[in-house]
Design a protein around this ligand. Structure first.
Ligand code: ACO
Length: 436
């Protein structure tokens, strides 16, 4: 952090002494005001529900400029990574700070590939779940359970353990997601094939069965890989902050990532792609394109809780750059599969057009986010809707683990412990039950 000559001065209208607060400059983006000494010197906390104005850490991993619609991983624009790199190169970048050279790429790919299998006992653990369990319920359990299977990489303070846990998590997530899927289908699990690319191996484990090979379609594999790249990290969002907060207690990496999976499940976060596709299905049932006007009316009604899922973002107040790339992929995939006349896709395009022109959305800077398109792409690939968020979790695992490792390596890191503005009852005495 670079301190600045400029100081912020906090003054009070009740005569309390004012306080100078240091200001730090990032390499890009807004400056931050250091309030760490605020409570000690004034006895006051800051109040910021939802952390709208609070930087919880300093980080070198991801940068978002929400007004410009810009996303950088370690300084590289997401567009260039999506065009020129594959997911494992992106993982290397996020984990170690730079893109691999040819030798590093080979080595990293070999290390990840050699960890794709999971302990054979995992399949018996899976059997405890109902066959109709939501994949995210299964994933929360499976990822947490990894700590029981891999005891030799659970010490968060040991850099070797952290490194092995990172590789294991990146390597095993596709296997676990595919196992969760096969289990709900009643199909046998497919072992990973390490001669395939990361995305192709995932599709093999999803779509092959012992009687039939998965025939690789390069457009679909590339689309899957792009979904992984676009979801790999996204700064201090809810699930990443959850992983950091959970990990700040010193818990093991598998437990911290399981907390991230649980957070991601929510419809305002990773669950939005599933929610967006379900919403399109609902409009389709209402009568399709003709009913969009009626649906938008409900969304705009202050008394209704209906939202246009896949629209809006806490940080992007411009077009989400990932949404632009996913929109492009969406066209490629539908073209390759001859699905351009797919009614749900047509509906999505009509909805997007209307929302982008409607003053309600324009004035609130509500643009489509990545989830609006990723659901359509995944559905076209043959991924069941219920599995969308699990695929997001698979892709985000590298971001979570990179952020967790960055936090542990930061000399300023402390256990996370927000404060509160207490507005409850003052101290009172318990009365005997008959007098209450
Ligand atoms: N549909 C309709 N209205 C919306 C939507 C939406 N999708 N999103 C925001 N608004 C409205 C709000 O009602 C509010 O209106 P008001 O000013 O009249 O009260 C205004 O826009 C500002 O909204 P906030 O809720 O303050 O925005 P915030 O930044 O807190 O929320 C969020 C962001 C949670 C993503 C929200 O836009 C949303 O729920 N979107 C739908 C879910 C979704 O797609 N989530 C995916 C996020 S991306 C990801 O996780 C990868």
């Amino acid at each position: 952090m670079n301190s600045s000559d400029v100081k912020a001065t906090l003054s009070f209208s009740d005569g309390s002494p004012s306080m100078d607060l240091p200001l730090y400059k990032g390499s890009i983006g807004p400056d931050v005001i250091d309030i760490r000494k605020l409570y000690g010197q004034t006895g006051k906390f800051t109040y910021d529900p939802g952390f709208l104005s609070t930087a919880s850490c300093n980080s070198t991993i991801t940068y978002i400029d929400g007004d410009k619609g810009e996303l950088l991983y370690r300084g590289y624009p997401i567009e260039q990574l999506a065009e020129n790199c594959d997911f494992l190169e992106t993982c290397h970048l996020l984990l170690y700070g730079d893109l691999p050279d040819a030798a590093q790429k080979l080595d990293f790919t070999a290390r990840v590939s050699s960890h794709t299998m999971v302990h054979e006992q995992m399949q018996f653990f899976l059997r405890g779940f109902r066959r109709d369990a939501h994949p995210m319920a299964i994933m929360t359990g499976l990822v947490g359970a990894l700590s029981a299977f891999y005891h030799d990489s659970t010490d968060i303070n040991n850099p070797v353990h952290r490194e092995i846990a990172a590789i294991r998590l990146i390597a095993k997530m596709p296997t676990l997601v595919a196992m969760a899927y096969k289990y709900t289908q009643g199909q046998p699990y497919m072992y990973p094939k390490n001669n395939l690319s990361y995305a192709a191996n995932f599709m093999h484990m999803m779509f092959a069965n012992p009687c039939e090979e998965y025939v690789q379609n390069d457009v679909l594999v590339r689309a899957m890989d792009r979904i992984f790249i676009l979801h790999a990290d996204h700064e201090q969002n809810a699930s990443t902050s959850t992983v950091r907060l959970c990990g700040s207690s010193g818990t093991n990496p598998f437990a911290a990532i399981a907390a991230g999976v649980a957070c991601l499940w929510g419809p305002a976060h990773g669950g939005a792609n599933e929610a967006a596709l379900n919403m399109l299905g609902d409009i389709q049932k209402m009568g399709g394109v003709e009913k969009i006007g009626e649906f938008i009316k409900q969304v705009k009604d202050k008394n209704s809780t209906v939202k246009l899922m896949g629209f809006g973002h806490r940080v992007y107040k411009n077009y989400d750059p990932r949404a632009k790339l996913m929109r492009e992929t969406c066209h490629e995939v539908l073209g390759a599969l001859g699905l351009h006349d797919d009614p749900l896709f047509k509906l999505a395009m009509a909805l997007e057009k209307i929302a982008l022109e409607d003053d309600y959305f324009v004035s609130r800077k509500l643009y489509p986010n990545v989830d609006f398109y990723s659901g359509i792409v995944q559905r076209a690939i043959g991924i069941p809707v219920q599995l969308f968020t699990a695929i997001f979790a698979l892709a985000r695992t590298v971001g979570w683990i990179a952020q967790l490792n960055e936090m542990i390596g930061d000399p300023e890191y402390k256990i996370g412990r927000p404060r509160q503005l207490y507005v409850g009852a003052q101290q009172r005495s318990v009365k005997p039950v008959g007098q209450r």
